[in-house]
Design a protein around this ligand. Structure first.
Ligand SMILES: Nc1ncnc2c1ncn2[C@@H]1O[C@H](COP(=O)(O)OP(=O)(O)OP(=O)(O)O)[C@@H](O)[C@H]1O
Length: 678
């Protein structure tokens, strides 16, 4: 995307992915990875230069600051009304000059000071200007991105463009919009939030406001729903959503008003991590009816008889099942034997259906774990988002996987839905006319953000010096020894009055930590998908002196733990990582819960060679080497193997995203052809 992202009046063209993704059969070789790193380094280098180039906005903002401060509240609101005109006029020649943006920033900053009692720091203005220029502002965790975004969001909305402010979960969307709404309303802007569980009418009205807060999932699914509706109406297929008149849109039940400007919070999570899963919208199809329960049950029974490494295997580095030739033969034999039975299932006799369902059954049995990938609530399977640690109550896995997980847990399989519309996140975001974002951890993903979205990363300096302290990783041979050490360490910190946040990878791990702490008689709070209703209360308490909180990724991105004076005096928040995640960025987000806004804090990692990261056939070699080193030189010497394994996982996930883009491109061509025919 060009530097002038916000200034392009015409819808932004989908950038051509010319470089890395263009070679169809290319796989990650060491050379490719070096090339990618080098590319990332260039982007990062360029980005730093750009961050320096952002500074003129500060001069312009200061130039208008005195005049804005001299206005009373009514005068400031009148200035906001006037800004609607001069900003539109400034945009008429397709460019929003730094002078016009600086004046708008001064207005919004003064209003925020009066309405919220928070005055934007200079670094926040730099971050906002970077976003308005179509870049990802990398601002360290706790630097106040929520407030920073208001400069870009309000200026854009005042210039007459609707803004979608996206974040990773409903809790943050609701919190951020509620906290910032008084500022927007003071400036005469309307704001709404799109949340899971809202009815169609509420959503339709929300998408009619100047500013819409919501999660990437909600907004993307609403877009997909609209596309599904358009596809169902002959003749409408090629009409763009944003060209349909409001009255027609309402009559057709469409929700969005197009994809104008998006400001993405936690941009690396939204644009990179979430982008591994394609968006699929499905609904009941009364004509087709779906497969009967008996077929799912038969496939599950067949899958249970298959043996790992004989009939199927789990390939290196990726979370996938591969059925081996012996497995296919065994399935064929079962289908033949079924023919002689009176209750034979006709669908199971069809090879494609049989093999697909057995594949899904094996995935349910071996890749998806209760308390990790999903929980059981109200007699239903609820998916837990692995990136955010939160449940997604109205989502189901597709293509029979959900039914297989239900059968595995002894539940009745729900009716199967038909896929109505499908798209990748990459394709969805590239449809926005303007895109900008912010996150605390963008540099690690800089090359991918550039390759896929043409978004450069601008590194914004911190407002205050980072005084967090990092302890050396402590590595143990067994999980048991690790939990023992964590519990002992927590006891000492608790006695010293420091608040402690123990980060885990799953609900099961949180329960294990909780059991250990209970054994030592340490009072603590759990924050996982199972306690999501109490989230705000638990987070509010987590910064009190001596408080112990055990949390999954739910206490990762965006969670702002406010420290009490006693807790600050005791050295601030202590974050204990009990495991490394598949991505270093997720670890860095957890580390970022302490040391915010220049506060003191300490990060310690307690790892074991039995951690999830070191498990499975894919990790066999690294785990073997780690054990050798640990035996020869002690567990501490194996610490780097864990980081190495993490790098392997990052590369594997990168490959998966690239495959998805390739698939999506193929599908896009097919759909476009279908559209022409209709
Ligand atoms: N200009 C400011 N003046 C005073 N306090 C501020 C200012 N900006 C932000 N803060 C405070 O800093 C804290 C952190 O803000 P916020 O949660 O938005 O940070 P963040 O950068 O989004 O963090 P994360 O990366 O973890 O999501 C909040 O308590 C907020 O009120």
């Amino acid at each position: 995307m060009s530097d002038l992202g916000i200034m392009d009046a015409a819808p932004r063209r989908v950038p051509r992915i010319r470089d890395y993704y263009e070679a169809p059969d290319r796989r990650d070789t060491t050379l490719d990875r070096w090339a990618a790193d080098l590319n990332g380094a260039f982007v990062a280098q360029g980005a730093r230069w750009r961050a320096w180039r952002l500074r003129p906005i500060l001069r312009e903002m200061e130039r208008h600051a005195v005049a804005m401060a001299a206005l009373d509240d009514a005068g400031l609101q009148a200035e906001a009304q006037a800004a609607r005109i001069w900003l539109r006029r400034a945009l008429r020649d397709q460019t929003l000059s730094v002078a016009a943006a600086g004046r708008a920033f001064a207005l919004v900053r003064e209003a925020a000071d009066r309405v919220l009692g928070l005055r934007h720091y200079d670094v926040q203005a730099l971050g906002a200007w970077a976003m308005m220029r179509g870049q990802i502002a990398e601002m360290r965790t706790g630097e106040g991105k929520t407030l920073c975004a208001t400069l870009a969001v309000a200026t854009t909305a005042l210039s007459g463009r609707q803004v979608h402010v996206m974040t990773v979960n409903d809790y943050l969307a609701e919190r951020d919009s509620a906290e910032m709404a008084p500022l927007y309303r003071f400036l005469g802007l309307s704001v709404a939030t799109v949340l899971e569980g809202q009815d169609a009418e509420t959503r339709q009205s929300a998408y009619g406001q100047d500013i819409v807060y919501g999660t990437n999932k909600e907004i993307a699914f609403d877009y997909l729903r609209d596309r599904a509706i358009l596809r169902l109406k002959p003749g409408n297929l090629n009409r763009k959503l944003d060209r349909i008149l409001p009255a027609d849109r309402r009559a057709a039940g469409l929700r969005l008003q197009g994809l104008p400007v998006a400001i993405i919070d936690e941009a690396d999570s939204v644009l990179i991590d979430e982008a591994r899963t394609p968006l699929i919208i499905s609904g009941a199809n009364p004509q087709q009816g779906g497969l009967p329960d008996t077929t799912f049950r038969r496939a599950m029974a067949a899958a249970r008889t298959l043996t790992e490494d004989v009939h199927f295997r789990r390939p290196r580095g990726i979370r996938r099942i591969e059925i081996l030739p012996d497995g296919f033969e065994a399935l064929d034999r079962m289908a033949d034997a079924d023919l002689d039975r009176p209750d034979t299932d006709p669908a199971f006799g069809i090879p494609v259906i049989r093999e697909h369902l057995v594949y899904q059954a094996l995935s349910a049995l071996y890749l998806f774990e209760l308390g990790d990938s999903y929980i059981l609530r109200d007699g239903k399977v609820q998916i837990v988002d692995e990136n955010t640690g939160r449940t997604m109550p109205d989502r189901t896995w597709s293509d029979g996987l959900h039914q297989m997980v239900e059968l595995k847990e002894g539940l009745e399989p729900t009716a199967e839905n038909e896929t109505l519309s499908r798209m990748t996140y990459q394709r969805f975001f590239r449809r926005y006319a303007c895109l900008g974002g912010m996150t605390g951890t963008a540099q690690d993903a800089a090359w991918e953000l550039w390759s896929v979205y043409r978004l450069a990363v601008a590194k914004v300096p911190t407002n205050k010096r980072d005084i967090r302290r990092f302890a050396r990783d402590r590595v143990f041979l067994t999980t048991e020894a690790k939990w023992q050490a964590i519990a002992e360490r927590t006891r000492a910190l608790h006695a010293a009055g420091a608040p402690v946040l123990i980060g885990t990878r799953s609900i099961n791990a949180s329960d294990a930590a909780s059991a250990r702490l209970s054994e030592l008689g340490l009072p603590h709070q759990l924050l996982t998908a199972a306690q999501d209703a109490d989230e705000a209360a638990i987070v509010a308490e987590a910064g009190q002196a001596g408080r112990i909180t055990v949390a999954t990724n739910m206490a990762g991105r965006g969670t702002d733990i406010k420290l009490s004076p006693d807790a600050l005096a005791a050295g601030g928040l202590h974050v204990i990582l009990s495991e490394r995640h598949d991505s270093r960025r997720v670890d860095r987000q957890l580390e970022g819960r302490c040391g915010r806004q220049g506060e003191p804090g300490r990060v310690e990692a307690y790892l074991s060679l039995e951690d999830d990261l070191m498990q499975g056939p894919a990790a066999r070699r690294v785990a073997g080497l780690a054990k050798l080193l640990a035996r020869a030189f002690g567990p501490g010497a194996a610490g780097w193997c864990i980081r190495w394994r993490q790098k392997q996982m990052e590369a594997a996930h990168g490959r998966m995203r690239r495959d998805l883009i390739d698939q999506d491109r193929g599908m896009g061509e097919f759909l476009a052809f279908g559209g022409e025919l209709e």
